[in-house]
Design a protein around this ligand. Sequence first.
Ligand code: DHB
Ligand code: MG
Length: 231
Amino acid sequence: MTDNAKELAALQQEAKTRRDIQAAITAMFAAEDEGLRSALTNAKQAGLPEIQISPIQGKFLQLLATMCNARKILEIGALAGYSGIWLARALPADGRLITLEMNPEHATVVRTSFEKAGVSNRTEVRVGRALDLLPTLESEAPFDLVFIDADKPPYALYLDWALRLTRPGSIIVADNCIREGKAFKQPEDDGVAGIIALNKRMASDPRLVSLVLAMDDDYTDGFAVAVVKQQ
Ligand code: DHB
Ligand code: MG
């Protein structure tokens, strides 16, 4: 074997080890049930993009929601309803997840998936542009957890709203905050620019303790996680 071929084989082995570990963790701690699986099938049939979080990320959201005794959760960007199901299942019976979705047809798919997953009694899909809907949520604040996973250019504005709509002790999470490292370089488009702006705010805002964690299937993307500090 040439040196290049050896290097390639070693990299492939490393990637396989990583995938095997992720699969083992998923099987032990984050197995999907019928409700979660059918949310993905419904979304695929409806032509939604397959860009949902991984099961491990879903379980991590549940862990965070449980850690802060979440009763009220806000999600910005519903997509397939997959993360919404993980989050809603961390709520007590009288808890509430409000998820914001711009596309009315996608919202219908999400409501069906919430129904099938047995969480429709605790969830509400609100249709519209997030930046229009967020100001209407002030009377329902504070939220115990806010999950940002919507269009990327306004990411820092979503973080501003998350800060307005939370309290000390609340948790704020944003998806896609690594982007294969692009989130730490010069922005190459408006989407990456939005993510960079959010990361910078999360890292420097004195009200927050925060960290970005590589945690998707191949560790090239992940969550920015922050907790709002006690004053
Ligand atoms: C995209 C958006 C996401 O929220 C994601 O998790 C992956 C990809 C996208 O717009 O390409
Ligand atoms: Mg995402």
